[in-house]
Ligand binder design. Sequence first.
Ligand code: DSN
Length: 416
Amino acid sequence: MPWPSETVKDDDVFALIDGERRRQATGLQLIASENFTSPDVMRATGSVLTNKYAEGYPGKRYYGGNAVVDEIEAIAIDRVKRLFGADHANVQPHSGASANMAVYLGLLKPGDTVLGLSLDHGGHLTHGSPVNASGILYDFVSYRVGDADERIDFDAVRELARKHRPRMIVAGTTSYPRRIEPQPFRAVADEVGALMMFDIAHIAGLVAGGAHPNPVPYADVVTFTTHKTLRGPRGGCILSSAAHAAAIDKAVFPGSQGGPLEHAVAAKAVAFHEALQPSFKAYAHQIVANAAALAAAMANEGFRLVSGGTDTHMMVVDLRPFDAELTGKEAQLVLDQAGITLNKNNIPNDPRSPFVTSGVRIGTPSVTTQGMTEAEMPLVASLIARTLRGRTDASVVAAVRSEVAALCARFPVYGG
Ligand code: DSN
């Protein structure tokens, strides 16, 4: 029997997908964790591999018919190991959160003590937030950024580690604009006999492109998502030393996942291939150059950059010096109307709640994929500032919306 869609077209969903394509193409996409993935990555994601069950690993599956899938997954593993110089890779995690939970399941016992960066200082939900399974099942102790410089305070990390003797120390962030050297984390972990996990979800593409130090030689385990700066499909990945390989694989399947999404695994393989090309290095460095230029331009417009700037693909912007009344929530809403997409974000020690916030987070991976360079960043900053200054005047917001569309038309994603 044929599929109903051969005769009854699903105009509702496909019209909406087209609307989203238009939104992405005509607005500025400044969410630091997003990117425009390649047509080849999307082709693999939308392939017949979505039809296949493949519980297990290459050569050891619970279902027949996996000869082709085995080859695809083996290619993905080989490529990502080469990309990051890792001993072992598991490419099956459905997301970054799944990857992190699998690491905890594989290497910790419930109730073990773990150090992680506090969510409201730039950490991730899965680094021990009390509302997340990580914080419910494990005894997370949070470290924070320093009050004065808003950077990770390694003396404080060491002090907490000496006091709490964690089983694991988690490095990595979701809204922290500075480079993170892996060696100081390794030194503290060694001193107290802890494992070290580095979650490079945000910076995986920068690491792959040589624009951020690679923690793989220092960490016991490295986790990441494949869809942020790495520009692959939505998904997760775990790298580890050979010593932890068996525990990690067992924790992913059968420990916490069932059938892997082999269409996503194939798309990850495509993305790893793209990231192995010399041009990806230039891309990664351009993301960082664009973020530096945008941060400088934002400062010129009267905003305060948390920690004074950025070394990566993102910045966290304190709105209060620009306008004490303006919240991150209001900024996100009005910027959306102007075609500028970013997210509200707490700044360290924010007096406002995470639903309101005093800041926004801005990233440059998407606009860099579109081909924008440092030359466009002052205009981007001025479009943001004009919208926020004129936020109660619909004509200002509409005028910015037109300029945003004109700017994006000069840099058509997917060739227009
Ligand atoms: N939601 C992602 C981000 O935006 O940083 C992290 O999982």
